[in-house]
Structure formats: structure tokens, C-alpha cells
Design a protein around this ligand. Structure first.
Ligand code: MN
Length: 300
């Protein structure tokens, strides 16, 4: 029998460095890149901060399911130091493509631009069968911000352009901020946008059911969670906070509902520890990650 050396300092013993990527259920990869943030940085410190608190949290779901049997392999970070953003994204896309083949990847950003190579790898693999749930205060459909076409506000614009994904396969959930160039882009197109105000009016059940129904033709669903989906009261540590958002309770309820979908991967981005208070935001992100794992891999 293979000796197991679990790393108890992260993911509270779930991480097993003896596993091959193919043997693992879940593959964690940190992307400490925040060079494309338009306002305040610090998201590069997100992956390590979230890991550092994860050692203190029992591997159980919020409804009391033990997660000890989940096989997690944390692959550390891909370091962007000394590389252009474009070169870094090529490395990230190649690695993401490997991980989508091996198991359920869990990517930790980084600013939201890192989802460009992640979604590119997913779109390359699943093509028109891919659906995306974008939980965010912003659409991230800008052509550019400050001249950068790989901005954290351009994520979906680039992926839509490059892969010709149908816009209808993207669901924008929790939106409460629109740039002029985004309004111009969606004008005349039918984008699936559920604003924060509509969610508040119609409720979480309506939101989840609408998204699940809308994605019922997609065989592979990817969730990209920008932590600014949450209200700044629940996630103060992020570069572009937007009031009028959601509670952590709302988020975990949505995760529970989305876990019934054929999920193929998730990213959690825009956690900025230097802007945080008492790690509120990192704790919120850590819980979102482990709750997703529990919902997907520990069935009743
Ligand atoms: Mn975003």
C-alpha cells in the first residue's frame, strides 16, 4: 500500500501529494496574478492566503457531511514572475487543459483576467457543449480597460471572440454594474443577465432554477466566482467592491443548487488579502470552495 503523506497545513488534511492528477478527484491550482486589475491590486496574494486559513477548518460541509474521502491534490501556484501577461496565460491555458482531462479543477486567482485562459481551455475542450455561470457584480464584457485587452473586465469578451461560444451559454448572475462599452456590446444581443435587483426581487430559487433550465442543453458547466458577487460587507477584501450584493448565506445556497449541474470546474477570483479585514473575504472564498467539493463528491 502506498504511504500517504497528507499536507495537514492546507485543506485540513485533504491534500494528498502522493496522488497523481488522474487519481485525484479535485486538483487545486493557484494563479497569483493581479497585473490586470483596473483599480486596486492584491489578488496575487489570494491563493496562498486562502490555503493558509484552510488548515484550520474541518473538512466537513455545512450540513455535516464528512469530506475525508475526497481526494485532493494541490498543485501549488503557477508563478507569473518575469513573464508577460500573454505568455503567462499560454502557460495557464496549457495547464488548465491538462487538469480538465484529469479531474475537477479548482482554480484560485488572481484577478479575473486569469479566467481568460481557464475558460479558453474549457471552451477548447467542450466547445458548444460548454455553459458558464458567472457570479459577479460586473459583466466583465469590456473590450478593454486602460488599453488592456486582457483586463480583468474583459474576460468574457475575449473568450466569446476567440471561441465563438454562443452568448446564450453564459449566465451573468448578481450583476449590478455596467460599463458604457458593455451596454453597447449587449445592445441588440440577448445576454442572460440576472441583476442583483432582480435576484433580490424574485429570490434565490427562481435564480437557480432559471440558470439551471437555461443551461439544460450544456453537457459541461463551469462556474467562475468573482468574490465581488458578495456584498462588500461579506467580502471587503476585493479590488472593485460594489454595494448591493449578496450574503455568504445566499452564495452557499446557490452553490448547493448548482451542484446538481454537470460541473467540470470552478474558479474563485479577486480575493485581495491586503484589502481584507480579519480575513473575512478569504474565509468566504475558502467556504465556497470546500462547500462545492462537498456538494459534488459527497452524496447522501
Ligand atoms: Mn469579475
Amino acid at each position: 500500500m502506498k504511504e500517504t503523506v497528507n499536507n495537514i497545513s492546507i485543506w485540513n488534511g485533504l491534500d494528498n501529494q502522493n496522488l497523481s492528477p488522474e487519481e485525484a478527484d479535485i486538483l487545486v491550482l493557484g494563479l497569483p496574478y493581479d497585473g490586470a486589475a483596473s483599480f486596486r491590486r492584491g489578488a496575487a496574494e489570494g491563493p496562498d492566503r486562502i490555503r493558509s486559513i484552510s488548515g484550520h477548518i474541518e473538512p466537513t460541509t455545512e450540513d455535516g457531511r464528512l469530506m475525508s474521502n475526497i481526494k485532493v491534490l494541490d498543485l501549488g501556484n503557477i508563478d507569473p514572475a518575469g513573464q508577460s501577461q500573454a505568455d503567462y496565460f499560454v502557460m495557464v491555458e496549457n495547464k488548465a487543459a491538462e487538469l480538465f482531462k484529469a479531474g475537477f479543477p479548482t482554480f484560485i486567482g488572481g484577478d479575473h483576467s486569469v479566467s481568460i485562459p481557464l475558460l479558453s481551455a474549457a471552451a477548447d475542450r467542450w466547445g458548444n457543449n460548454l455553459g458558464v455561470i458567472h457570479l459577479d457584480a460586473h459583466l466583465d464584457l469590456c473590450d478593454e480597460i486602460g488599453g488592456n485587452k486582457l483586463s480583468h473586465g474583459s474576460t468574457h469578451r475575449r473568450v466569446l471572440e476567440k471561441y465563438k461560444l454562443p452568448l446564450g451559454h453564459l449566465w451573468f448572475v448578481g450583476i449590478r454594474s455596467f460599463e458604457t462599452q458593455e451596454l453597447q456590446f449587449i445592445d441588440g444581443r440577448s445576454a442572460n443577465i440576472i441583476t442583483a435587483a432582480e435576484m433580490n426581487r424574485r429570490g434565490l430559487n427562481y435564480t437557480a432554477e432559471t440558470v439551471c433550465k437555461g443551461l439544460s442543453d450544456c453537457e459541461a458547466i463551469y462556474i467562475t466566482l468573482d468574490i465581488d458577487f458578495l456584498d462588500p460587507a461579506f467580502a471587503p477584501g476585493t479590488g472593485t467592491p460594489k454595494p448591493g450584493g449578496f450574503s455568504t448565506r445566499d452564495l452557499y445556497t446557490l452553490i448547493e443548487k448548482f451542484a446538481s449541474l454537470p460541473l467540470v470546474g470552478i474558479d474563485v477570483v479577486e480575493v485581495s488579502p491586503p484589502l481584507d479585514h480579519n480575513d473575512i473575504t478569504s474565509f468566504a472564498a475558502q467556504r465556497a470552495i470546500t462547500e462545492t467539493w462537498g456538494r459534488l463528491f459527497i452524496k447522501d
